[in-house]
Design a protein around this ligand. Structure first.
Ligand code: GCB
Length: 603
């Protein structure tokens, strides 16, 4: 086909294109579900690229090359390729992909009627795990790193009415300079795991908006809503209105030269969002040629001494931890129904709070929590093994947190940003996390900061039964949280009776994890590991122990549902599942579910 020299030239040209297109996307489109959009979900063709040749001159998969005639040789064909369903984990759709880690190229072709010169077009991805190379009609648009945050690329200059070709290479290869790093206790579901859309906007469009209650007016009759609005523009100045019909608000917002508008609005009779009364207001942001609608709640979350205050009143966070997985379908959660299934169980358990572990979950669950009145803890996978000394990893943390805050700022339910999970204090780690905490506070001061710390390492195995919670980052956080597996990873449940925990600071405490494994349907005496009885007994002892903590303001036991984890291979018990769920992967409740339910009834 091509001689060697030509191939080498193409190879280098491709490398240069790829180099310049890295980090090519810089537009953020909030509230993607209420935009003018075409869903690109459904069947996508796919080609496995285990040896990573899809971007080389040898096999430029993204160019979608087809043989010119019968004499031509092209060694791939999207047209003849099999299909994967998007959104979804590739691993669980084909038996041969179950433990696949590497790159897969996806292709979707589509027509687009009524393309207009006054409009802009973007391809939007809810999330793709982990590294994506996005190409459109033969051009590389850029790359995106991070498996759980949304991103988009503009295709205005490339889109056509017939046969658009969106080809995306997604790699879920693990590496220590990523977030998360190499080892996790969850399944590495690869691929286009969340919705893909084509979004259409006017030339200048509302990119994002950030609305919140001004906490200083919480006790006033007339309260203030503060806000910021960002436009992404190609034409001159714009007039923007913010309309909240129920509150009789119609405010014109002035946009400055950097396409930002800051504003305050005083309102009478503002109902505050809470789990008992999750009031959401329909808001509308309008320009001359665009109208974006959202449902937003207003609340104040603060701490005072050892208390967490919601709208000025102390609240106990009756929580549970969750992974973003639908265990029945063995897939990443990716719909409102998936969210409803798990939040329904959490409600039944008596929860008013859920820890979305260990990475940003699908946006549907955050929006549903707003409606159902369930408060949320959200986090990034700054989890075991992070390379704290690496400035690139720090930049990735900033990028991922910024994307998450951009996505969820307006969700009243989201009350806590957590900055790490179970990482050992070292100077590099502390510096990394303290800087990250400061950065998050500059982006968002309407939420509390916490981290799931380990109990003081130095005291592990210490004969003393009284633990002080004293990770050096705790001074920078609002809430002291810690994971503790007494009765599972160390000792037996009866030891809980001797232990006490106290915080080294006058701050509220959350027990961010505790628990033990049980195979649903296996009954024995309460000292037999893996039995439902052991797990139930462990819960009883742990609950009594943690209830003695001065300043206990909440807990999120580990975990609501059994979840897939390649770390867990004990035959006939785990078989690839972490069994610490209170509910099995088939949706059957274990005994410990009812122990926790009973405890929460009294809280
Ligand atoms: C932990 C981790 C969590 C694990 C859990 C376990 O401390 O934070 O990701 O799944 O323990 O089951 O061991």
């Amino acid at each position: 086909m091509l001689n060697l020299n030509k191939r080498i030239v193409i190879f280098y040209l491709l490398l240069i294109t790829i180099f310049y297109s890295v980090r090519g996307q810089n537009v953020f489109i909030a509230n993607s579900q209420n935009r003018n959009l075409t869903s690109l979900n459904g069947k996508w063709k796919y080609i496995i690229d285990l040896y990573e040749t899809g971007q080389t001159g040898f096999m430029p998969l993204y160019m979608n090359i087809k043989p010119k005639d019968k004499t031509d040789r092209v060694e791939y064909s999207f047209d003849q390729a099999r299909t994967l369903w998007v959104p979804g984990s590739w691993n669980t759709q084909k038996p041969e992909l179950y433990y696949y880690e590497g790159t897969i190229w996806y292709r979707k072709t589509f027509d687009k009627k009524d393309i207009s010169e006054d409009k802009r077009y973007f391809v939007y991805f809810g999330a793709a795990n982990y590294l994506s190379t996005v190409t459109f009609n033969g051009k590389i648009l850029g790359k995106h790193e991070g498996g759980f945050t949304p991103f988009c690329f503009e295709v205005t200059n490339l889109i056509k009415e017939k046969e658009n070709c969106l080809i995306v290479g997604v790699s879920n290869t693990r590496s220590n300079d990523q977030i998360p790093a190499k080892v996790t206790d969850w399944f590495n579901h690869g691929g286009l795991i969340r919705d893909v859309k084509l979004i259409e906007t006017p030339a200048s469009f509302i990119s994002n908006y950030f609305l919140s209650l001004d906490k200083s007016t919480l006790n006033n009759k007339i309260k203030t809503i503060k806000g910021r609005l960002t436009l992404n523009g190609k034409t001159g100045q714009q007039k923007v209105w913010l309309i909240i019909p129920e509150l009789k608000v119609r405010k014109e917002i002035t946009i400055d030269a950097s396409w930002t508008g800051n504003f305050t609005i005083d309102v009478k009779h503002l109902g505050l969002w809470s789990p008992e009364n999750p009031i959401l207001y329909t808001i509308s942001i309008e320009t001359e040629n665009e109208k974006i609608q959202d449902r937003i709640g207003f609340r104040a979350i603060e701490t005072k001494g050892k208390q967490i205050l919601l709208n000025g009143k102390p609240i106990f966070l009756r929580g549970i931890s969750l992974h973003d997985e639908n265990p029945v379908r063995r897939d990443r959660a990716n719909s409102v129904d998936d969210a409803r299934l798990v939040l329904g169980w959490a409600k039944e358990l008596g929860c008013n709070f859920v820890r979305l572990a260990h990475y940003p979950h699908q946006e549907n669950i955050v929006r549903l929590a707003d409606e159902m009145g369930i408060m949320l803890w959200e986090e990034l996978p700054l989890y075991w093994g992070i390379d704290w000394d690496n400035p690139n990893v720090y930049q990735k943390a900033i990028d991922q947190y910024s994307a998450l805050i951009n996505r969820d700022f307006n969700r009243a339910s989201s009350i806590i940003w957590s900055i790490t999970n179970e990482t050992a204090p070292t100077p590099a780690r502390n510096q990394f996390l303290i800087s990250l905490a400061e950065h998050i506070r500059t982006l968002d001061n309407t939420r509390l900061l916490s981290a799931a710390c380990k109990k003081d390492q130095a005291e592990d195995g210490h004969p003393d039964n009284d633990y002080t919670l004293s990770d050096p980052i705790m001074g920078y956080l609002d809430i002291i949280s810690f994971n503790e597996y007494l009765g599972w990873y160390g000792g037996l449940p009866a030891e809980c009776r001797k232990k006490t925990y106290k915080a080294s600071m006058d701050k509220p405490v959350i027990v961010s994890e505790f628990g033990g494994g049980a195979l649903q349907g296996f009954y024995a005496d309460s000292l037999t590991r893996w039995s439902e009885d052991y797990q139930a007994y462990l819960y009883k002892e742990n609950l009594a122990m943690f209830d003695r903590i001065d300043g206990l303001a909440g807990m999120t036991p580990w975990i609501l549902v059994d979840f897939m984890s390649p770390l867990r291979q004990l035959p006939d018990v785990q078989d690839g599942w972490n069994r610490k769920g209170l509910i099995s992967e088939k949706g059957i409740k274990k005994k410990a579910f009812f122990i926790l339910q009973e405890f929460y009834r009294k809280k």
